[in-house]
Design a protein around this ligand. Sequence first.
Ligand code: FAD
Length: 384
Amino acid sequence: MEEDQDVTTQVLDTVRRFVAREVVPVASRLEHANEYPCDLVERMKELGLFGATIPVEYGGLGLGYSTYSQIVEELCRGWMSLSGVLNTHLMFAYVLNAHGTAEQKQRYLPPMARGEHRAALCLTEPHAGSDTQAIRTTARRDGDHYVVNGAKMFITNARTATIYSLVVKTDPTASPPHRGMSLLAAEKDAPGVEIGRDIDKLGYKGIETCEVSFEDFRVPVASLVGGVEGRGLQQVLSGLEVGRINIASRAVGVAQAALEDAVRYAQERTAFGKPICEHQAIQLKLADMATKIEAARLLTRQAAAMKDRGERCDLEAGMAKLFASETCQEVSLEAMRVLGGYGYTKEFRVERYYRDAPLMIIGEGTNEIQRLVIARGLIQRYKI
Ligand SMILES: Cc1cc2nc3c(=O)[nH]c(=O)nc-3n(C[C@H](O)[C@H](O)[C@H](O)COP(=O)(O)OP(=O)(O)OC[C@H]3O[C@@H](n4cnc5c(N)ncnc54)[C@H](O)[C@@H]3O)c2cc1C
């Protein structure tokens, strides 16, 4: 994707300022109150972030995934939840742009770029997360509509989104099962959609993650992405590469914030007559933290650059997601050690990073699944 460098620099500067001035001062309060960040989301709309990677012809900023990765990193230095508002939205924008019909792109991408239409991904079900082909939600054809029945689990942005990227079985008997899976661009404000309880989470607070059930929910046939049945899994998986770049970038951002807080604290806190940053044990920690974050950042940028060149990057995005998320978990715990007892209190941000980090290990495919994806890619690449 061709990207205007002036726009890129301007957007990144603006996002950095937004995070420093508007996100950092309120993030801990909103997070502890588990409060939806309405004002921040409105500002993100004004900054054009809901259209960050949507092509200019549809009213987006037309940024590449390398820049998007940096935007996500910056947002997460302030508060990880903010990137969750964008993630499934821009994953669906990618899927629509890559696989949607001309009519679907015209209908959805411009309002999505303005943040007026906001997308959520409805893939996971109560009994099927990693095993995506085991989903049971069905879409039965009835004239010019599909009639959807089933239940979805862990749906982020379930309430605030207006449109669901809804993965269904149009042929539940197909073998292999993915041949019977299809993707619907389903506008949610219609009878038959019930948004259940908000799931109470360890971290990732402020934005909602809910159960959603569908009972005789009627979706026009024109909403079938690409107009072809049986391609749903393939379409969603192509979007998951974008999702994994987002998760890896989030992990780098949270880890970077943890490092910065630890380096600052280590210069302020004294023990045994000198700042703790002058004790070698602390220096070793800081050096390892920074080195791993830099490695995670480079892996993430590499996956994003491949996506920008239009190359398949499931292996690289998987490696980036795996390494960055494990690094983030490790670094947030190390930061807590550097802050000692204060790191364990809610008066410092480190406890939030520590609670947010595990989501990156689980979301967009667990790290066990990432390892399987990476191994499959390796065997293909080095086939004898
Ligand atoms: C806060 C949050 C937000 C989320 N948001 C969304 C969303 O917006 N949309 C959406 O569709 N989903 C969402 N998810 C769901 C998420 O993608 C799944 O939780 C994740 O894919 C794992 O699925 P599962 O929870 O069913 O675990 P399971 O698939 O039941 O896995 C349980 C354990 O078994 C392991 N495992 C499973 N299969 C294998 C295997 N073949 N080999 C080795 N190990 C295996 C897993 O790695 C894991 O350790 C969200 C989840 C959370 C926690």
